[in-house]
Design a protein around this ligand. Structure first.
Ligand SMILES: *Cc1c(COP(=O)(O)O)cnc(C)c1O
Length: 223
């Protein structure tokens, strides 16, 4: 097994270089360590290396893991949200990156706890990817004033897997443009762009990512 410390150093170097190329400060990018299938001991190791932001895809897995770990970490829900699991999310997670439909927003709002949400957009049109469209996003924002606890902070997207990250640069660029447009139209101040994974995070940073979600490059291939 690789050492998380070494992998982290390499990832941080690559983040640093991408920020330099984009004329951004390295502190403007938050590294979210994606720990789906990663056991608690490895999460502890990541905590010892200084990581504080963790992303999980599955509510059940996250619930078990989070309950055995120290407080003071920031948890990000990044996976597809099943309607019958919504009720667990506000208590477990600080950010929800994968909001793509109205009933999720309504469901999250119901638990009386503030939730920071990012809207997931499907920009590649791949049927296998979740996410809404720009129009779908606008319809949700039209009604968001009826909710009390939902705080919209940004947008998220997942690009198709590629070995040539340049091929997905335009998707990241588009996500940033959409955030600019809807902020203006709805008088919002969303500022987070959650985009970039192990295979494409440098290009995403060059296009304005403020959160990169990285699993494989830190923890190795998943089983
Ligand atoms: C698994 C996952 C990641 C991390 O992917 P890697 O390629 O392992 O870095 C990021 N975002 C989402 C939504 C994921 O499901």
């Amino acid at each position: 097994m690789n050492s998380i410390e070494d992998s982290l150093k390499r990832v941080q170097e690559r983040i640093g270089k991408a920020c330099e190329r984009a004329g951004r400060s390295a502190s403007s990018v938050r590294l979210i360590a994606v720990t789906k299938t990663v056991d608690r001991d490895r999460v502890y190791e990541a905590i010892r290396c200084g990581i504080r932001d963790f992303g999980e895809n599955y509510v059940q897995e996250a619930k078990k893991k989070i309950e055995g770990l120290p407080q003071g970490l920031t948890w990000h829900m990044i996976g597809t949200i099943q309607t019958n699991k919504i009720k667990y999310i506000p208590k477990l997670f600080d950010y929800v990156h994968s909001v793509d439909r109205w009933d999720v927003m309504e469901g999250l709002d119901r638990y009386g706890k503030p939730v920071k949400v990012l809207f997931e957009l499907n920009l590649s049109g791949e049927a296998s990817k979740h996410g809404t469209t720009e129009d779908g996003l606008k319809r949700m924002l039209d009604a968001i004033h009826t909710l009390t606890h939902i705080k919209p902070v940004g947008l998220m997207t997942m690009a198709p897997y590629t070995e040539k990250p340049e091929e997905v640069r335009s998707l990241f660029h588009t996500l940033r443009e959409i955030m600019g447009r809807v902020n203006k139209e709805f008088n919002l101040h969303m500022h987070e762009l959650s985009m970039g994974m192990s295979s494409d995070f440098e290009v995403a940073i060059e296009e304005g990512a403020t959160m990169v979600r990285i699993g494989t490059a830190l923890f190795g291939e998943r089983q």
